[in-house]
Design a protein. Structure first.
Ligand code: COI
Length: 362
């Protein structure tokens, strides 16, 4: 049972219907925010209290708040979809609740129960229901829960006061070019996460450490960066904010195994299940970059793609590195990649049967 409730005390909207319609006509990704945000506070003395839905507004924090100094912060990402009958659904939110709990343990933050997490999503999306894009397209309402150390204290220890918020943002395609084959730069210089570190946690620090690699990728004309393992610098880990998968000529679907340095993506897990359902043989294994490029060159690897909540499934057309460049297949969008994408988005949008019970009504 949920112990927190999230009442909406003032339902008046800050943005006009016309402004909202203009945003929904061309949402982009992560650029526009809705009328409300959902909040709860944890203190070491009282635990979680104070659930509420309030107008979306700047957060006032002490410059000494621990998050600014020691990055004690975690987040989640999921989406709300409108179905043809007007109802609003999200996808496998219990997985996000569990991951937020794992991230909280790793970052020494307090855990939020699955029930309270689900209640916060329902409260936020109900308040901002007009912001959920119309059925029939691929647009959705991106949901961003996050939690951070708000205690004003400069000593290094886990904070005694923590705030949790949920904000929402209408979302179209994650990549500015839309769902087009990506050029991916393989970083020789940087790793995203190391053994024993926070790589499996969804914390801001992992994304901060990816940014220079992403900048390097852009300098080489690439859309994304692929990080290799920090120890041997040979095996592929993940992209800046997405997992990576390969499809082989003999019907296997391969993705790097979860080593503790890789994010356990909900989309990653869902694709492995959908692949199994269609007779592809999924394998989570160590994948050296040399092996990947050799198998691209020989035609054994026929397709590769990036996957995550925000990016959904996005084909990869080419890898570039200091050693050379490799075009995957004909450099276009692979047929199996597109079939998996269509099936996953179809389930999310309610047009394909949800045979695994992944949808959750908000
Ligand atoms: C997501 O896919 O939801 C993420 O959090 C990744 C981020 C690149 C937007």
């Amino acid at each position: 049972m949920s112990t927190l409730s999230f009442p909406l005390s003032d339902p008046s909207r800050q943005q006009s219907d016309a402004d909202r319609d203009a945003v929904l006509a061309k949402p982009g990704f992560g650029e526009h925010f809705t009328d409300f945000m959902t909040h709860a506070r944890w203190t070491v003395d009282d635990g979680w209290t104070g659930g509420e839905v309030v107008p979306f507004a700047p957060i006032s924090l002490s410059p000494a708040a621990a998050v600014f100094h020691y990055a004690q912060e975690i987040f989640e990402g999921l989406k709300a979809f409108r179905h043809a009958d007007g109802s609003v659904w999200t996808f496998r939110p219990e997985k996000n609740a569990e991951r937020l709990q794992r991230s909280a343990r790793r970052l020494a933050l307090p855990e939020l129960s699955t029930e309270d997490f689900l209640a916060s999503l329902t409260a936020q999306v109900s308040a901002d229901e007009p912001w959920v894009p119309a059925a029939g397209g691929e647009d959705s309402l991106y949901i961003r829960p996050f939690m951070f150390a708000s205690e004003a204290f400069l000593g290094v220890r886990s904070a005694h006061q923590v705030d949790y918020y949920v904000i929402t943002s209408p979302a179209g395609a994650y990549f500015p070019r839309g769902v087009q084959p990506l050029v991916v730069w393989v970083s020789d210089s940087y790793a995203r996460a190391g053994a024993g570190g926070t790589g499996a946690a969804k914390c801001g620090g992992n994304y901060a450490s990816s940014l220079l690699g992403k900048k390097e990728a852009a300098e080489h004309g690439a859309d994304e960066v692929l990080f290799l393992d920090s120890e041997t610098h040979t095996s592929i880990d993940e992209l800046s904010g997405m997992n990576v998968m390969a499809i082989t000529k003999d019907g296997r679907i391969l993705t790097p195994e979860l080593t503790g340095a890789i994010l356990e993506g909900v989309t990653r897990d869902s694709i492995l299940q959908l692949a199994r359902d269609r007779g592809l043989e999924p394998a989570e294994q160590k994948m050296s970059m040399d092996w990947v490029t050799e198998n691209i060159a020989s035609g054994e690897i026929t397709e590769m793609f990036a996957c995550g909540t925000a990016a959904v499934i996005n084909p990869i057309g080419e890898f570039r590195s200091e050693k050379g460049s490799w075009t995957i297949g004909d450099g276009g969008s692979g047929a199996v990649t597109l079939q998996l994408r269509e099936e996953l988005t179809g389930i999310q949008q309610g047009s394909v049967e949800d045979r695994h019970g992944w949808l959750h009504k908000l």
